[in-house]
Design a protein around this ligand. Structure first.
Ligand code: IDP
Ligand code: MG
Length: 138
């Protein structure tokens, strides 16, 4: 049986702040395996598909703008329960509330802008992981 896989994104704020290495270090230190990786500036089309569940929400446009504002690092990671495990490493969506010890809690903050810049994305289910890996590693 092959191990579970997830999509991790180091968002444009993480790349711009030079935190890619620190974030991937935490993923590897936890014991997950990085099996593919690419850096790209995502198109609006890709991001609209990636975030389709959020279409119509007030932060949708700012989110697409932010996510296409610079390069991101897309990572394919694997390991048993990696989806749940990476979400736990990442911490809560709101970086102010995210627990210390998590990526967002240790490295993120509120910048007073329309969308939370919270450093990372991680798939939230096996279904989204499969769908998102297909989008980013087509
Ligand atoms: P997640 O990244 O923790 O899974 P989602 O609810 O899927 O959070 O939201 C996607 C992204 O949209 C978040 O990571 C964050 O950047 C942004 N976001 C979500 N909710 C809000 C909000 O209420 N205000 C501002 N930005 C938000
Ligand atoms: Mg999400």
């Amino acid at each position: 049986m092959s191990a579970e896989e997830t999509l991790i994104l180091v968002k444009p704020d993480g790349v711009a702040r030079g935190l890619t290495g620190e974030i991937l270090r935490r993923v590897e230190a936890k014991g997950y395996r990085i099996t593919d990786l690419r850096m790209l500036t995502a198109s609006r089309e890709l991001l609209a598909e990636h975030y389709e569940e959020h279409e119509g929400k007030p932060f949708f446009e700012p989110l697409l703008e932010f996510m296409s504002s610079g390069p991101v690092v897309a990572v394919r990671a694997e390991g048993n329960r990696v989806i749940e495990g990476f979400r736990s490493l990442a911490g809560a969506t709101d970086p102010t509330a995210a627990a210390p010890g998590t990526i967002r809690g240790d490295l993120g903050r509120d910048w007073g802008v329309a969308v939370q810049q919270n450093l990372v994305h991680g798939s939230d289910s096996t279904l989204s992981a499969e769908r998102e890996l297909g989008l980013w590693f087509a």
